[in-house]
Design a protein around this ligand. Structure first.
Ligand code: BES
Ligand code: MN
Ligand code: ZN
Length: 502
């Protein structure tokens, strides 16, 4: 884990292994961003000129390393691009800063201590730079024996220019650290291979963390699920040697006025089941528990931040495998709600486990329910691989979540639940089928889920199939593999609940 400190030392006096500065474009000119004045001075005011000579343009994502001049107590200066400079009197955008700090942290793998001299006048900038640095300094090396050292992330991040004695700055840094560490917790879970992260192993991890953070954890194993009539979760888990679990993990605050329920899809591996996925579509399906990971991380974050709200997480954990005991296309499942579902495609399994968890979560009558799931390839078709879709039974709630996501720097877009798509799921045998029209498949899945939400409860569904797992080259603070998508949005939503707004 990377340590974070706010330092009052000047950029020219702090000892570190590298010093990070920001550069931006102002018209055709390259300028050094505020916060690095002392560094520029050590370059005799020529830092921008030197960087230009080296080919730097100030573009976002750009990182340029150069040797430090005498007068600085670091061997290396790293300049990261911030894109276009903001208009006079305006600050750099928080997501720009978050990404730049992430780019810097990634460029400094193998370095021990880095000082960040980025523009952090406002508390929200402190928070963004801290988050970006800690998220960028993430590596998943648990399964690598060779070449570990080169991949060692930054051990220490010192933020210069932030004021450790300023209450708002200090709080921003502490919050950023808790949130970033919980996002990294989700990433670790997502990246853990499915032979090790079975439903039972995931549940055990929640129990351990629950003890550490004072959470109440209840685990329903396959026997308890059978006794309770959880036909959806059991049906999906039926083909696997690794039986399913439903985990309830609750954070409560004595002064809480609102209760937020979060439901996560936790398919530890999605082979498709009897409707087996073809090669080329199953290599990354360990990521299919990303929703459950995000929910779990958010509950722990709520506890670490001591929010005055109740946040209950429901993790619907199962492994979707083909075998002689697996659910077949054509089988009918009796769900926890009592409804029956004809399974036409065993690869549409997420909605089955979520349906049971949504009904169960509704029984506690929370003020709102949000489910998070890597639910459909169709949502990736619609929105690409960096944006999650938001569906809801309440327009205002959907807008609120969209606004929150924007505020915390997560790309998302509101999607409709068109009633005409419901008839595609009509089944001649059961109350509903688990598949409908192919067109608008992400919305069809949302409509299916909606039927399992308790009457009168505000509900939203986040389909994170695109952004949950990043297959391309790392960028900004986003690594290859699990991203921790939606945690920042959910934490902010929990904070709003603590403010009485839900
Ligand atoms: N886990 C997948 C969705 C997915 C696809 C997530 C790609 C991340 C990346 C889900 O269980 C699934 O297989 N959905 C099917 C539903 C269809 C059979 C109705 C899909 O999207 O093809
Ligand atoms: Mn599937
Ligand atoms: Zn799935």
């Amino acid at each position: 884990m990377t340590a974070l400190t706010l330092s009052t030392a000047g950029a020219a006096t702090l000892r570190a292994d590298a010093l990070v500065v920001g550069v931006a474009k102002s018209g055709k000119e390259l300028i050094v961003a505020p916060g690095a004045e002392a560094v520029d001075k050590a370059f005799e005011g020529r830092l921008a000129a030197v960087l230009e000579t080296l080919g730097a343009s100030g573009a976002e994502g750009e990182a340029t390393k150069l040797p430090a001049p005498a007068g600085l107590k670091v061997p290396v200066v790293l300049a990261v691009g911030l894109g276009g400079a903001p208009a006079d009197g305006e600050a750099f955008g928080t997501e720009t800063l978050r990404r730049a700090a992430g780019t810097a942290a990634r460029a400094l793998f193998g370095t021990k201590k880095a000082a960040f001299a980025l523009p952090v006048a406002e508390a929200e900038a402190v928070s963004a730079v801290a988050e970006g640095a800690l998220l960028g300094a993430y590596a998943f090396t648990a399964y690598q024996e060779v070449g570990k050292d080169a991949k060692r992330p930054l051990a220490e991040v010192a933020l210069l220019g932030a004021k450790p004695r300023d209450k708002a700055h200090k709080a921003a840094a502490e919050r950023a650290q808790a949130v970033a560490e919980e996002i990294n917790r989700a990433r670790d879970l997502i990246n853990t291979p499915p032979n090790d992260l079975t439903p039972a192993a995931f549940a055990a991890t929640v129990q351990t963390a629950g003890k550490e953070h004072g959470l109440k954890v209840q685990v329903l194993d396959e026997k308890a699920l059978a006794k309770g009539g959880y036909g959806g979760i059991l049906g999906v888990g039926a083909g696997s040697e690794n039986p399913p679990r439903l985990v309830r993990v609750a954070y409560t605050h004595p002064k809480a006025e609102k209760t937020l329920a979060l439901v996560g899809k936790g398919i530890t591996y999605d082979s498709g089941g009897i409707s087996l996925k073809p090669a080329g579509h199953n290599e990354t399906m360990k990521c299919d528990m990303s929703g459950a990971a995000a929910v779990f991380s958010t509950v722990v974050a709520a506890a670490r931040l001591g929010l005055e709200a109740n946040v209950t997480g429901w993790l619907a954990l199962a492994e979707n495998m083909p075998s002689g005991s697996a659910t077949r296309p054509g089988d009918v499942l009796r769900m926890y709600s009592g409804k029956t579902v004809e399974v036409l495609n065993t690869d549409a399994e997420g909605r089955l486990v979520l349906a049971d968890a949504l009904t169960r979560a509704s029984e506690e009558n929370p003020d709102a329910i949000v489910d998070v799931a890597t639910l459909t390839g169709a949502m990736m078709m619609a929105l690409g691989s960096r944006t999650f879709g938001i569906m809801a039974n309440d327009d205002e709630f959907r807008s609120t979540i969209h606004e929150i996501a924007e505020e915390v720097g997560e790309a998302s877009w509101p999607m409709p639940l068109p009633a005409d798509l419901r008839k595609g799921m009509d089944s001649p045998t059961a109350d509903i089928a688990n598949m409908g029209e192919r067109m608008g498949g992400g919305l069809v899945a949302g409509l299916f889920l909606q039927e399992f939400v308790g009457e009168g409860i505000a509900w939203a569904h986040l389909d994170i199939a695109g952004p949950a797992y990043h297959e391309g080259a790392p960028y900004g603070y986003t690594p290859k593999g699990g991203t921790g998508s939606s945690v920042r949005t959910l934490v902010r939503l929990a904070e709003r609940a603590a403010e009485g707004e839900l």
